[in-house]
Design a protein around this ligand. Sequence first.
Ligand SMILES: NC(=O)C1=CN([C@@H]2O[C@H](COP(=O)(O)OP(=O)(O)OC[C@H]3O[C@@H](n4cnc5c(N)ncnc54)[C@H](O)[C@@H]3O)[C@@H](O)[C@H]2O)C=CC1
Ligand SMILES: O=C(CO)COP(=O)(O)O
Length: 334
Amino acid sequence: AVLADNGLEVLLWTRGEAQAQEINERRTNEKYVPGAKLPPNIRATTSIEEATRHGDLLLFVAPSSAMRDVARLAKPFMRGDQLIVHATKGFEADTLLRMSHVLEEEFAGVLEPGSVVVLSGPSHAEEVILRSPTTVVVACSRPELAEAAQDAFITPAFRVYTNPDVAGVEIAGALKNIIALGAGMSDGLGFGDNAKAALLTRGLAEIGRLGVAMGANPLTFAGLAGVGDLVATCTSRHSRNWRAGYKLAEGATLDEVLESIGMVVEGVRTTKASIALSERYGVELPIAEQLHAVLFQGKNPRSAVEALMGRGRTHEIEDIVREAAAAFRGAPAE
Ligand SMILES: NC(=O)C1=CN([C@@H]2O[C@H](COP(=O)(O)OP(=O)(O)OC[C@H]3O[C@@H](n4cnc5c(N)ncnc54)[C@H](O)[C@@H]3O)[C@@H](O)[C@H]2O)C=CC1
Ligand SMILES: O=C(CO)COP(=O)(O)O
């Protein structure tokens, strides 16, 4: 809808014939954006060939678990001169790759390395479709491609900034979902604003620590993909991750929660990936570790909070700087 508001002819790929028909005939997409009327210059197709050949810009926004499969389906039809943008927040589960790396691997031979643009930041679809003011960031190591994406997406209601730090923007967007699960849990347990603020702040320290170890610019975490999205996701009832955390705190099982939400809850897989990344880069992630225990080892959320509150005494800033610096030395630059 943002691209359509900019006057572009948008072709949307969906696997569902009924959904394509609904979009084309009724101009609605009730399951995902209930109540919204879609602009007339959006058309849906079930043909990935038609969708891939269609335009000058290809936006990939499948769940992280499906990104490689979708890229493989699209590759035979890519023209080679198209701008590739993705807006997916997560890592590939078995390789721990960032999404731009998955796309670059799949598009090798069609796309120059460093040409994928990531779009991220606080942007719940439920609000974007209402044209409620939204700000995001587009990152690419090639500034001219980030600017081309900025140009395509910027509207009076959707302000787009550029940033060269692809790693930082992708890592921030993925890891904030873990903290959002924790924020939902905190609210579900009946804790207050102090607890939520603690989770956001110490969560940001954790995100920054791992991000810096993986080669990101620490300043990116103070930006829209970092603090911005962390605030939006941890405080919004639109958030699927926040809702999942809330329901888990109420006693539902993970399977029940995922079934009832019916949309992708990226933080669940990302929690698993973050534990593997913390081992690979030698970075401590206490909040993610506790959430991992709640999600996958049946730990009671209250016991997880007790474990976090009972950790050994530590410094605030010194701790972050020391651990990030130590991790930096041991990690290959990305
Ligand atoms: N919903 C939102 O407000 C925002 C979502 N995102 C990110 O966008 C990504 C997608 O999230 P949502 O659209 O919210 O998820 P969703 O669950 O609402 O929709 C995912 C879509 O992908 C399709 N899909 C699933 N597996 C597939 C496969 N193997 N091949 C092809 N299609 C497949 C589903 O049928 C569904 O249409 C996630 O990484 C999320 O973090 C980012 C910013 C905002
Ligand atoms: O990333 C998002 C908003 O910026 C969407 O978050 P949820 O997946 O938690 O709904």
